[in-house]
Design a binder for this molecule. Structure first.
Ligand SMILES: [Zn+2]
Length: 311
């Protein structure tokens, strides 16, 4: 028995197959059209079919990590996202059952990534952790005392990117003002690149700020300084709100950010009301596959729709 996990992003989807603590297969698929879930589901189905032909054992569950508010325990997507706006109308449980005879599990993408790190990555052994996905947006997930934080509307721990860090700041896509995302995120960075007539750098994220030809220029230094300040603020807020032992940084924009981990660590030592060294910041060890790996592990935290010895 094995399990499939899918992390459904707006531009690419990651798919993994997992069995007994081992990753059997992993791949990344470009999203051709994210105006509807039907296109990517077709591509993912073909990919699962091709892989399952090579296995003599059954596929027991499919987990999907989705970039939206998700009620994991009840397998429901709760909010429409700008990508895949029809996801709420799809009966994904029937898709998994009819097409593959598998149980389906849904989860928010940041929570799934933290589950992935907990079972397969650097969060193993830590019962109190925070994961930040620094990508186009800023996602977050919290585990406290070994349990994912959820809250009454599935928002708890998920929206550090939409905590207000500048109350007279910029307008955010959540309708908030001065959210962490609207002050410094992947989409904020792309807006900045356009403002300085360097739209060609959009999509290159943080790394472009550190390129030798850019790093010395005041305009890039200013952008970089704001981004770092925003991430420091989120990290300090995360420590004061949730008291984690570790903070894991993931997401596309985190690539190239390794050199700033000591800076974030220093910010904790300087500004947090805790003992020195009490919180460790680390970079995701599973990279872009963390969400998909966590999605493949989802049923381990749920009811007994699938046997617990499959992974
Ligand atoms: Zn916001």
């Amino acid at each position: 028995m094995y399990s499939i996990g899918i992390d459904l992003g707006g531009t690419s989807a990651q798919l993994v197959a997992v069995k007994k603590g081992k990753i059997l297969f992993q791949t990344s698929i470009a999203v051709r059209d994210n105006s509807s879930l039907r296109y990517i589901l077709g591509d993912l189905s073909s990919c699962i079919d091709k892989f399952s032909i090579t296995r003599s054992e059954p596929l027991v569950s499919i987990g999907i990590a989705f970039p939206s508010i998700v009620d994991g325990p009840n397998n429901k997507i709760l909010s429409r996202y700008v990508k895949y706006p029809d996801a709420l109308d799809f009966d994904l449980e029937s898709w998994a059952k009819i097409k593959f005879g598998a149980a389906l599990f849904l989860e928010n993408d940041a929570r799934a990534a933290l589950i992935g790190e907990y079972h397969f990555g650097l969060a193993k052994g830590y019962e109190n952790s925070c994961l930040l996905t620094l990508g186009t947006g800023i996602g977050s997930a919290i585990m406290l005392d070994g349990k994912l934080l959820r809250g009454s509307n599935q928002l708890a721990g998920n929206l550090l990117g939409h905590t207000i860090i500048q109350y007279e700041g910029g307008k955010c896509n959540c309708n908030g003002i001065g959210c962490a995302e609207s002050e410094g995120s992947g989409w904020w960075l792309n807006n900045k690149y356009h403002e300085i007539n360097r739209g060609d750098l959009c999509g290159q994220g943080f790394k472009a700020l550190l390129e030798p030809e850019n790093v010395g220029l005041p305009v890039f230094r200013e952008i970089l300084a704001q981004l770092i300040k925003v991430y420091k603020t989120i990290i300090i807020n995360a420590v004061h709100c949730y008291d984690p032992e570790i903070i894991i940084l993931g997401g596309g924009i985190a690539e190239g950010m390794n050199t700033y981990i000591p800076v974030f660590q220093e910010a904790i030592e300087q500004h947090c009301w805790i003992s020195p060294g009490a919180v460790k910041i680390i970079k995701s060890s599973l990279g872009i596959y963390a969400g998909a790996i966590g999605a493949a592990c989802l049923y381990l935290n749920k009811d007994s729709k699938a046997p617990s010895n499959a992974i």
